[in-house]
Write a protein that binds this ligand. Structure first.
Ligand SMILES: C[S@@+](CC[C@H](N)C(=O)[O-])C[C@H]1O[C@@H](n2cnc3c(N)ncnc32)[C@H](O)[C@@H]1O
Length: 353
């Protein structure tokens, strides 16, 4: 049994079954033995590969998209912010792509929101040419326009799950049965506790709620309204999710989320409808797909340029990277995106109302 399993079992034996959100928080973010505190999980040798790790083009296009919106907003001094930057690859690509935009780098300070000390060290190495400030939350960002990006950040935030029955909801908890972590149903909770999901669900349905996303979206939208700026959020999920999306990935394979606590990535699909509703007093775009967004930002033209003069084998590799990012059977449809801007400001290119 590993350290995290010992911690979980001791806690459950002492205080009873725990919420899935507590399980995720401990497994992913325990300061000593949590998944993100122990190792670098990215890349082909790790457990999963994210879009910026597939191709530099992802960060380049999104960087230019943010920069265009900064131009549209009158080139203010601003905070360039990434939440959950992993290895720092996306930010490095954004910074390289925007280097030649007059005034962009001179007007910015760079801020990363990250809790894992191991990843902060890796991000520091990746971005060693730049002055970077780290934050635990959005609250401590400077009081100025914020140009914000998050890719696969919200899916790592802890969720709670509820099953609907005819009189109420019952929370799905994690306890111990026969010395193993196991799911339990908690006591009945009145239906009105998740009022916004009564109408679009049926008896037996599971709904998920990401409480940690709410204060982040509220603070972000408050800042965008007050100071200006823009946020682009990309993740896997959809609007109005129903069903169990809690999942674990290890060595690029899905596994039972209760099997290897602390040694596998734990995520849940992001409910973009909830994210949009948490963002108040700003304009929130329609949810779009990653495939459509990257096409509108010019992914094909950029890959064509990169391919020029390359040997055939490298061309084929680039084409397969592009397909992975935008094809509907790969990341193109599963991954969605929304953007936030102050009212009366144009949405970033690629997003619609
Ligand atoms: C799946 S990784 C995404 C990495 C990166 N954005 C990419 O696309 O390659 C999730 C990131 O979010 C960070 N993270 C997860 N929960 C967090 C929290 N509550 N506060 C700050 N960072 C968090 C992790 O440490 C990690 O950097």
């Amino acid at each position: 049994m590993n350290e995290i399993a010992t911690i979980l079992i001791e806690q459950i034996n002492r205080a009873g079954p725990i919420r899935i959100s507590d399980y995720m928080e401990i497994c992913l973010m325990h300061p000593k033995c949590g998944y993100y505190s122990k190792k670098d999980p990215f890349g082909t040798k790790g457990d999963f590969v994210t879009s910026p790790e597939i191709s530099q083009v992802f960060g380049e296009l999104l960087g230019l998209c943010l920069a265009q919106n900064w131009l549209d907003q009158g080139t203010p001094s601003f905070a360039l912010v990434e939440a959950g930057p992993g290895r720092g690859t996306l930010m490095a690509d954004i910074l390289r792509a925007t280097k030649s935009i007059p005034g962009f780098h001179q007007s910015m300070t760079i801020h990363l929101i990250e809790k894992s000390q191991t990843l902060i060290r890796i991000q520091g190495e990746q971005l060693s040419k730049y002055n970077v400030e780290w934050h635990e939350t959005v609250e401590s960002l400077p009081q100025k326009p914020v140009f914000f990006i998050a890719n696969e950040f919200f899916d790592a935030l802890p969720i709670r799950q509820f099953r609907k029955d005819n009189l109420g909801w019952r929370e799905i908890l994690i306890g111990i049965e026969k010395n193993k972590l196991s799911y339990f149903l908690g006591n009945k909770i009145p239906l009105h506790t998740i009022a916004h999901r009564i109408k679009d669900t049926e008896i037996g349905d599971i709904v998920e709620i990401c409480e940690a996303a709410k204060p982040i979206m509220e603070e972000l939208s408050k800042r965008i309204k007050m100071f200006g700026g823009c946020a682009i959020i990309i993740d896997y999920g959809s609007n109005n999710l129903v069903g169990n999306t809690f999942q674990a990935v290890k060595n690029h394979k899905k596994i039972d989320p209760l099997k290897h606590p602390g040694d596998c990535d734990l995520t849940a699909h992001v409910n973009f409808n909830d994210l949009s509703n948490y963002a108040t007093n700003v304009v929130v775009s329609k949810t779009t797909t990653q495939g459509l967004l990257l096409r509108k930002l010019g992914i094909s033209e950029r890959f064509e340029r990169l391919e020029t003069d390359l040997p055939k084998i490298q061309k084929l590799k680039l084409r397969s990277d592009k397909t992975r990012l935008i094809h509907s059977s790969q990341m193109g449809d599963l991954f969605k995106a929304i953007a936030l801007v102050p009212s009366k400001v144009a949405l970033p290119i690629g997003f619609d109302i």
